[in-house]
Design a protein around this ligand. Structure first.
Ligand SMILES: Cc1cc2nc3c(=O)[nH]c(=O)nc-3n(C[C@H](O)[C@H](O)[C@H](O)COP(=O)(O)O)c2cc1C
Length: 359
């Protein structure tokens, strides 16, 4: 029997979140259409300002805020009654302002990872309806967050996303040398987080599995293994509504398993991406002697020592279709992409109409 998903005060008919994907991979269009189809749609906040009319080459943070407000407004134009949230990375310099802008712009939930979102409840205190959802890759991280939130803010998460570093796309919450070694147990972690919440806090909130979920079989497996819902990213890149350039989608369609690998981000975290052009990504910044343009990350090896490359611009270039020097993040399943479908078709495959009628 199909169950929906309730996070805080917000419910959707299907147990699925579309993962936030920056830079502008999940913008208003993708998030709006996922929300319209009955899932939770997430706009990724990272680097939004860069592609916006508000950016004049210098005002990165001001443009970021305005662009986020625009994206939320446009997403609600697509799905006025939908559940739309924002993915905010703890690692960005303007995290506090971005979180406040999410609340002002009407985000119904904030999903936050790439670091532990220890201060999130304080930043959203005036907006109690905004559901708060940390992303973790260990029971330990969930424990640290719950203890801090309870002690400092008398609040606990409304849901937790458990992201599998062995399969997810983008920045990963595990040391590079441990990824792919078989040491990580995704559904053991999901169940561990659930048990911890129940035993320590008597809390039954959705624990959501992210990473490596592509089709209905994967979804059913995740639910059977104890997840209450799934968060999917890579699959939604190859939809008509995804906010990236067609060349980015084609890169997924054309890739094979061997093209997918790990890169070291200047943020100090490993990331999963199409790795063939990684030397060119770096070389471009060296050739042009690019200096850190906006100090977008709290900690960045490019900012401090021009080590690696400027990640926000590398992701921005990929979003615009520069497949030579753009950084193309992807999950381990990108090679499975065979065609571009609509968001509606993805939902119909994941949640067949017969099953819906039976509910
Ligand atoms: C292109 C791309 C960009 C991503 N950007 C972000 C991001 O900005 N913030 C974040 O928390 N996760 C990001 N992720 C992770 C996804 O939100 C999601 O949790 C993960 O990819 C799930 O695994 P899957 O892609 O196998 O479905 C990104 C993933 C991809 C593929």
């Amino acid at each position: 029997m199909l169950e929906g998903l309730t996070i805080g005060r917000h419910s959707v008919p299907f147990p699925i979140i579309q993962g936030g994907m920056g830079v502008r991979v999940s913008g208003f269009r993708l998030a709006g259409h996922v929300a319209l189809s009955g899932g939770i749609g997430l706009i990724a906040a990272a680097g939004l300002g860069l592609g916006s009319e508000h950016y004049d080459g210098k005002n990165f943070f001001a443009a970021d805020r305005q662009a986020l407000l625009d994206e939320l407004r446009k997403a609600y134009e697509i799905a006025p009654d939908g559940i739309i949230g924002v993915n905010c990375m703890v690692a960005v310099s303007n995290y506090d302002e971005v979180v406040r802008a999410c609340c002002e712009g009407g985000a119904k939930l904030i999903v936050s990872g790439a670091g532990l979102p220890m201060t999130l409840p304080g930043l959203t205190a005036d907006y109690p309806d905004v559901a708060l959802v940390p992303i973790v890759s260990s029971v330990k991280a969930a424990e640290l967050i719950c203890r801090k939130w309870h002690k400092s803010y008398q609040r606990l998460p409304d849901a937790i996303v458990v992201e599998d570093p062995d399969t997810a796309g983008g920045h990963l919450g595990e040391k590079a040398e441990r990824i792919g070694t078989g040491q990580y147990d995704q559904y053991g972690t999901v169940r561990g987080v659930k048990n911890y919440l129940k035993e320590k806090w008597k809390l039954e909130i959705p624990v959501i599995a992210a990473g490596g979920i592509w089709d209905r079989q994967d979804l059913q497996y995740a639910l059977a293994q104890g997840a209450d819902a799934v968060q999917m990213g890579t699959r939604f890149v190859v939809t008509e509504e995804c906010d990236v350039d067609e060349a980015f989608k084609q890169a997924y369609l054309n890739c094979s398993k061997d093209d997918i690998g790990l890169i070291m981000s200047p943020a100090g975290l490993p990331g999963r991406a199409l790795v063939a052009n990684i030397d060119q990504v770096r070389q471009r910044d060296l050739d042009l002697d690019v200096r850190c343009p906006s100090a977008c990350l709290k900690k960045c090896t490019y900012k401090t020592g021009q080590e690696r490359f400027c990640i926000v611009h590398a992701l921005d270039r990929a979003q615009r279709g520069d497949m030579d020097t753009g950084l193309i993040f992807c999950g381990s399943n990108a090679w499975k992409a065979e065609r571009i479908s609509t968001v509606k078709e993805v939902f119909e495959e994941l949640f067949p109409l017969e099953e819906r009628a039976a509910c």
